[in-house]
Design a binder for this molecule. Structure first.
Ligand SMILES: Cc1cc2nc3c(=O)[nH]c(=O)nc-3n(C[C@H](O)[C@H](O)[C@H](O)COP(=O)(O)OP(=O)(O)OC[C@H]3O[C@@H](n4cnc5c(N)ncnc54)[C@H](O)[C@@H]3O)c2cc1C
Length: 487
């Protein structure tokens, strides 16, 4: 039987393992950690459970599709649709609940931000059209195959180029709102792929459609169920996992990858798929092979600094997703992308899964995932930056939520860009591979196949179509479409 070797068990690795198994391959996944899931992992600490990485779940059908490949296997993955996408707070006391239902969203936004309903409706309509026009070109196909450019969908997208907002920044597009708070709210979507709203093109205004048009979801028992359920399924259908083994080299002869070396063994494969970040894939595993430097040198997406706090009280006015906005958003992004440091007034995101999964925290308590966007690791003095950021975050929370949060923190775990890189080999700790801070970013991401080695493929957040759960799953779908079934 043809044998596929997968390097890494992040979401992209798990998804391609399942897809290739479904195509009839014998599949071996080699993972350096002692767990599957990569960034999508969780920890328990002092009675609290914390999802370590992603917290926002969109396009759940992409996970369903993987489970549906094997209908004979019991599907233990379920989720709910959220009524409220996010709860927003500003220091002046303004609060806004972003309802998933479009009508409620528009009504409430128009009241809170004194903005005309028609302006908001028009914006959401444009968001939807942009999403529908471009998804098949940018998200569902390889941008590196000529066949992509000869389809009806692509032609439609090209004909609509002037309408896509490619020549404006997202911030300029969002200036359609009179109230700067609403502009800020829609600017925030740039962070969904680790970019700056002051640099990323206006096409990113399609992202709100994911939330307000299609909805936000929550997997029952937490985000970790996404990676765990896929891992459990993979084991059940015969995918072999080798944990605690780091791949150190991809061997090749002429134009063909032949095997991989690990810290313990050598594995031969008919095809090899790397779910490792594309930068170290070339720099470490293919160190003697010519690297596509233009691609590798693309600016990296933002990283994150996360405090996981056990909180010994409940906040009834908080939801699953909460944002406490910076008073100076441009300065925050200038710090992250230009100065590679942290603003003294960061936007604080608080995710509380115990709002949905009560057992994630002791009775009367909450598990807070408190995250700020951060630059990648460029050798900054992180100890000092973390200590200052912690104080600034506490100040922000106290101001926006009118509390004294420090006295309620009973346990703490911290993850910073260095830890994210150490745990998953993401270059500089980037959350989403390369940033989308210019209009050509989509075309400059590495392809899902290797141009020199015919049977080497690439999946995950650092290659096409990009980072985030849905896109990593789509990268595996695009890659699987490039690989023939086992006859
Ligand atoms: C804090 C944080 C918050 C996020 N929030 C969201 C969110 O809310 N919503 C969202 O959609 N996305 C979010 N993301 C992004 C999302 O988590 C990632 O885009 C996605 O999980 C990346 O999956 P991946 O397939 O690229 O693999 P990764 O998760 O990067 O995993 C790669 C795997 O390969 C393994 N590996 C690497 N090198 C080797 C080697 N040489 N040998 C063996 N194994 C190796 C690693 O150990 C790892 O398990 C967030 C990420 C983080 C860190």
């Amino acid at each position: 039987m043809a044998h596929a070797i997968i390097i890494g068990s992040g979401l992209g690795g798990l998804a391609i393992a399942l897809r290739l198994r479904h195509k009839g391959y014998q599949v071996t996944v080699i993972e350096q950690n002692d767990y599957a899931g990569g960034k999508l992992h969780a920890i328990q600490q002092d009675g609290y459970r914390f999802d370590l990485g992603p917290s926002l779940f969109t396009l759940p059908h992409l996970v369903d599709e993987l489970h549906n490949l094997f209908p004979e296997i019991d599907n233990s993955f379920t989720y709910i649709k959220k009524d409220i996408g996010c709860h927003y707070f500003w220091e002046d006391g303004t609060t806004f609940k972003a309802y998933s239902n479009k009508k409620d969203f528009v009504k409430h936004a128009s009241e809170v931000f004194t903005e005309s309903k028609s302006t908001i409706n028009k914006y959401l309509k444009t968001s939807k059209s942009r999403y529908n026009l471009t998804k098949s070109l940018f998200l569902e196909k390889s941008l590196h195959k000529w066949s992509t450019y000869f389809s009806k969908d692509t032609l439609k997208a090209i004909l609509n180029t002037p309408f896509l907002g490619l020549f404006n920044t997202l911030n300029k597009e969002n200036k359609v709102f009179k109230n700067p708070k609403l502009t800020q709210l829609f600017n925030r979507y740039a962070t969904y792929n680790g970019s700056s709203p002051y640099q990323t093109p206006g096409i990113m205004s399609m992202i709100p459609h994911l939330e307000m048009g299609i909805g936000t979801f929550y997997p029952n028992n937490g985000m970790h169920r996404i990676s765990q359920s896929l891992y459990e399924l993979a084991v059940k259908v015969g995918v072999e996992f080798r944990f605690c083994e780091s791949v150190t080299k991809i061997n090749y002869i002429h134009k063909k990858a032949t095997s991989v070396n690990t810290s313990k063994d050598v594995y031969k494969g008919d095809i090899v798929v790397s779910n490792m970040d594309i930068y170290p894939t070339y720099k470490k595993l293919l160190s003697n092979y010519p690297a596509p430097l233009k691609t590798l040198n693309q600016e990296r997406s933002s990283s994150a600094l996360i405090f996981y706090w056990g909180i010994n009280r409940e906040f009834s006015y908080l939801d699953l997703h909460n944002i406490l906005f910076s008073e100076n958003y441009p300065l925050e992004f200038e710090h992250i992308f230009d100065k590679k440091t942290l603003s003294s007034d960061p936007t604080v995101y608080i995710n509380i899964t115990s709002k949905e999964t009560v057992k994630d925290a002791p009775i009367g308590c909450e598990n807070w995932f408190v995250m700020i966007n951060a630059p990648g690791d460029y050798g900054q003095n992180w100890e000092e930056m973390i200590s200052i950021a912690r104080e600034n975050i506490i100040t922000k929370i106290n101001k926006c939520l009118d509390t004294d949060i420090a006295q309620h923190i009973t346990t703490e775990y911290i993850l910073d860009p260095r830890g994210i890189e150490k745990n998953t080999s993401s270059y500089r700790g980037a959350l989403y591979g390369a940033a989308s801070n210019n209009k050509f970013a989509a075309f400059l991401r590495h392809a899902n196949f290797n141009k020199g080695l015919n049977n080497l493929y690439h999946v995950g957040g650092s290659v096409h179509p990009g980072g985030g759960i849905p896109l990593c799953l789509l990268s595996a779908q695009i890659t699987a479409d490039l690989i023939p079934d086992v006859s």
